[in-house]
Design a protein around this ligand. Sequence first.
Ligand code: F6R
Length: 617
Amino acid sequence: MCGIVGYIGKKDVRNLLLEGLKRLEYRGYDSSGLVVFSPTGFNVIKRIGRVAKLVEATSKNSAKGTLGISHTRWATHGGVTESNTHPHVSSDGKIAMVHNGVIENYVEMKKFLEIKGFSFSSETDSEALSNLIAYHYAKEKEDGEDTSRFFTAVRKALSHVEGTYGIAVTCVDYPDELIGARKGSPLILGVGKGEYILASDESAIITHTSNVVYLDDNEMVSMSRDGFRVVSAADEGIDPVINTIDWNIEDSEKGKFEHYMLKEIFEQPAALENAMRGRFSDDGSTAIFGGLNLTPRELRQIDRLLFTSCGTAWHSCLVAEYLIERYARIPVEVEYASELRYRNAPLDKNTLVFVVTQSGETIDTLGALREAQRRGYRTLAITNGVGSTIAREADGGIYQHAGPEVGVASTKAFTSQLLIVAMLALYLGRLRDMSYTDGAEMVKALRSVPNLVRETLKQDQHIKAIAAKYAGYADFLFLGRQAMFPIALEGALKLKEISYIHAEGYPAAEMKHGPIALICEECPSVFIATGGEIFQKVLSNIQEVKARKGKVILIHSKSCEVPDGLVDDTIIIPDAADSVMPILATVPLQLLSYYIAVERGCDVDKPRNLAKSVTVE
Ligand code: F6R
């Protein structure tokens, strides 16, 4: 949420910042701005709307420099206006700052600063921080300090902040220094040769260097063209660990696809292969995970699992509940992270907590993780965010290796999570009651998934035609039972977020207890029924909809027998084991929502009001 790029080095900073902002635009796209530190001082350009507007405005400006900061905004405090757009320059003109996060005590700060003579031109919380840094900067001067005055001023200002921040700051008197700091909002340092890039995530860094330092909470970094130093809030030097980004720029390009979302849907077979690579035992009867940091004996002591996360990743947790309870016979509870973190949930001492998160940066998921750790629980993360805050703070976990997901609507990260929770069900099952033969059969089923997804993707044009038929409706129901219930929730969420159509997911049988009142010719239902003993029952639910003139799209597996003329449209997925059905059933739902959104002319990769990584509460 909000993207930051800062640079100090030898290159023309303008183009570099704009290129970085374009890559970070999926984090927020209400407005964007930058500061180029030119020989004449700060050169500020801001525009409302997409980064393209800023690019256009910047092309008319001749300011040049090799130090600068920039920001693409997802509005929290204050509307989408040019004055609320970052960077915020302090009212004395000394400090320019971009900020991601929320300054909770900004009202008090503002009152204090107004008394001290600072003025405000925006409604943002962030401007209070830039003025507070300027206040401390002026005060340091009075106190007679010099070389580290700018750095000290930032550190002192941050000590008064309640809330979260990832910031990049420059000072008009320090043309050779760029400062960054983080608490609760991600910030990464790219380490080049004589140049440093500060960014909210790796995608703005990867074209310049693959060497990165993941800053931890309460750390500050000061960069010059000759080097950098990282210090703690207590001003103690920290030995930075330089990591290598494990993907390359082509992975984050759109290639031949019109949208990232479509590209990522089609990348799913590869993402699934990556999630499994090297993760089955030599005898092919169980999964192996290198990073759980728990021995089989310790895992045997666990008698309850708690899965927590947000949004689409929360749907993965619900599927985990069905699969792990069924195959491993361990009770699983699922909680929204935003609720869990403030709820005083009584947890058994032998509970193991799993957080599931594509980005590894979602603030509520991070909050739930920290709360669980505070209470002494062991926490594991399933995440695609290598080096992310959650990956670093959890006691262990499983990386998804799905590659960068740029489309705001999660697709490949979701199915890769579904595969990992199925592998986890297998692993935990084999530690308990699952036989060698059943384990081997499940491994075979899991290994077949990438090809089955490839087969499902061949329905692309058929689904596009169905989408064209249904794109004009204003309400949809998504209905499924057992493990297809969370998939129905995911189908509804996907449609809502990218096409702005109202959609609800429900357990198919639960429909009779209320939502059936919505059924009419104008409200189509998407049923997901993949066979098994409840298939006939779902057919009865479909009959109930048809009796009320509701249109029905049915996603079913090949061998299911559907009475002729019962439904309006069908999408057939391959037959497969129950453990992998949630993955196969998801793919047509992704395509359906994608094509409906395209048909309606929506901006699929950057849906209204959304941002990819939700780093504010
Ligand atoms: C929906 C979507 C969101 C995320 C949610 C959690 O398509 O992407 O609902 O799933 O914001 O994000 P992560 O997984 O990064 O924690």
